[in-house]
Design a protein around this ligand. Structure first.
Ligand SMILES: Cc1cc2nc3c(=O)[nH]c(=O)nc-3n(C[C@H](O)[C@H](O)[C@H](O)COP(=O)(O)OP(=O)(O)OC[C@H]3O[C@@H](n4cnc5c(N)ncnc54)[C@H](O)[C@@H]3O)c2cc1C
Length: 501
């Protein structure tokens, strides 16, 4: 039996960040990760001479004042080396019109919007107004959704007058904003927004919460921006791990948590975990759970029997998507027409393909070569219902279809692929322990975003949720914000009030 003040389940960005913050504040922390490395969906794997980013390929929040940079400053560790993405992405609607580069420089992006979507200025201005108001609010570190008076007091402190105005959009969608601006029939703009929003909110214009969508649509521009990490995505986790070792976090790899119970005698949480050979038990007053909340059914069986309404809440969570990710490598000279690290284009077969290409010499591939990663959303059950033969056949077929689309998009000669492989939801389940390989948290529609989402504070005292299903949502920046929120709540419950970065 090993005791600490805090046990954190999962060493993805949410778990690493919360463990690092709480340990820096002087609490004893044990971090348990089932994999042999950290990073989760923002990790990497090595194949031949290549390092592939498993899921996340671009990072928000590294700029001064951004959430990663605030966390790194607080932890007193260097921010990993990264370059700003300009353009952040080039979006090709495949309708014969010019592809749309999403520029970093604000005025250049405004000019592009006007050229690409004439008459849309009002919509972008409205999004920007909502975003400005959101941003001040988010930087005041609110606790959302509210579960008790303390959470409410934090929300109250975070609210600024402009939030009262933008609050009228609480239940609105991005499509409502388009309607207000007289653009509800602008098919080209809707097509563009559908592609981009699906990436960040898992929803389309008709279902993305206006308050969420307005902000993600501004993340590529100054003063924010998206970043490309040197070496690989793993450098974000490695930096956080360096803080854990400085502050003495007990980091345990290769142990899978299989059950969580409350020990009434010792008044603490008891976590059982297994390695390949042994089983272990850990105890702590506070437990931060960063696996998807859908996994709680498996891990929190006994406590959930005593709280049917929470069990029902978990049962009724919407079914998130899975991902298919194509990992490949080529000589740089064999990919034509590239002027950005990221592309998104309409695909007749898959709806859309999101493509990330490494920089020559950035550490992911030998000199003169690059990695090319393409991802699409998929229904997880389409993959779990197959027998081995059909699964292998389907995988082969998808690799062929994705290759064809990329060959046509970037003038790639088929013989020039140096490496190709595909991860399906089965692979994601194995890699990240996410049930059925679900990724990206809950869709950000008005019924689930912010005030209406799943709270980090559970009905079980001392059991906290954190990660991409919790406010403010997916992405390494989002889960870092949720890690900060949960850390604040735990510190306050231990009498350390007003903790901020
Ligand atoms: C294909 C894809 C592309 C993406 N692109 C981007 C992008 O470009 N930019 C961006 O910001 N975000 C992107 N994201 C989203 C981003 O990667 C995630 O939102 C974020 O990394 C989630 O972090 P997390 O810590 O909440 O969860 P995870 O990364 O899932 O970490 C949870 C950790 O918990 C561990 N774990 C789970 N169960 C157990 C258990 N029982 N016992 C012990 N350990 C356990 C897992 O192994 C894992 O390491 C992408 C995601 C995917 C899948």
């Amino acid at each position: 039996m090993r005791k600490s003040e805090i046990v954190v389940v999962g060493a993805g960005i949410a778990g690493l960040t919360s463990a690092a913050i709480l340990s820096k504040k002087g609490l004893s922390v044990t971090l348990i990760e089932s994999h042999t490395q950290s990073g989760g969906c923002a990790g990497t794997f090595k194949r031949k001479n290549y390092i592939f980013d498993v899921g996340a390929t671009q990072v928000a929040g590294l700029e001064k004042g951004g959430i990663h940079s605030r966390v790194f400053n607080f932890l007193d560790i260097p921010i990993p080396e990264a370059t700003i993405l300009d353009p952040a992405c080039i979006v090709d609607l495949k309708d014969g019109s010019q592809p749309i580069p999403i520029w970093y420089e604000k005025n250049k992006w405004i000019a592009e919007q006007e050229m690409q979507f004439p008459g849309s200025r009002r919509f972008w201005k409205l999004c920007n107004l909502i975003h400005q108001s959101n941003w001040i609010f988010a930087n005041n570190n609110p606790v959302l959704p509210i579960s008790n008076f303390w959470d409410f007091s934090q929300l109250f402190k975070a609210i600024v007058p402009s939030n009262l105005l933008t609050g009228i959009f609480l239940k609105a969608t991005i499509f409502d904003l388009l309607r207000i601006c007289g653009l509800s029939k602008n098919e080209r703009l809707i097509k563009f927004l559908n592609l981009q929003l699906k990436l960040y909110s898992q929803e389309d214009v008709y279902n993305t919460a206006a308050l969420y969508g307005s902000t993600v649509l501004q993340m590529c521009q100054q003063p924010h921006g998206l970043w490309h990490l040197k070496k690989s995505m793993q450098s974000l986790s490695e930096a956080l791990e360096s803080s854990l070792s400085k502050t003495g976090v007990n980091v345990i790899f290769g142990q899978k948590v299989n059950s969580i119970n409350f020990d009434d005698l010792n008044m603490c949480w008891e976590v059982s975990a297994n390695s390949k050979q042994n089983s272990f038990i850990y105890q702590a007053k506070d437990l931060i759970y960063t696996a998807p909340p859908q996994s709680l059914h498996r891990h929190l069986k006994e406590p959930l029997k005593r709280n049917q309404s929470y069990k029902n809440r978990l049962n009724n969570l919407p079914d998130p998507s899975g991902a298919l990710v194509f990992y490949s490598a080529l000589k740089k000279e064999h990919i034509k027409k590239i002027s950005s690290n990221h592309y998104q284009f309409v695909s007749p077969e898959f709806g859309s393909l999101f493509v990330s290409i490494s920089d020559d010499g950035d550490g992911r591939a030998p000199k003169g070569e690059v990695t090319l990663i393409a991802s699409i959303f998929t229904k997880t059950k389409d993959w779990f219902e197959l027998d081995k033969q059909n699964y292998d056949r389907k995988k082969k077929d998808i690799i062929k279809k994705i290759s064809l689309e990329l060959e046509s998009q970037f003038d790639i000669v088929p013989e020039n692929w140096l490496h190709r492989e595909l991860a399906t939801p089965l692979g994601f389940e194995k890699w990240t322990n996410r049930p059925n390989g679900i990724v990206g948290g809950l869709g950000q529609n008005p019924d689930i975003f912010g005030l209406f989402g799943l709270s980090s504070r559970t009905p079980f005292e001392g059991l906290w949720l954190c990660g991409d299903s919790i406010y403010p949502g997916e992405g390494t920046a989002g889960v870092s914000q949720s890690a900060l929120m949960v850390s604040k709540q735990i510190l306050a419950s231990r009498g350390i009030e007003n903790f901020n970065l």
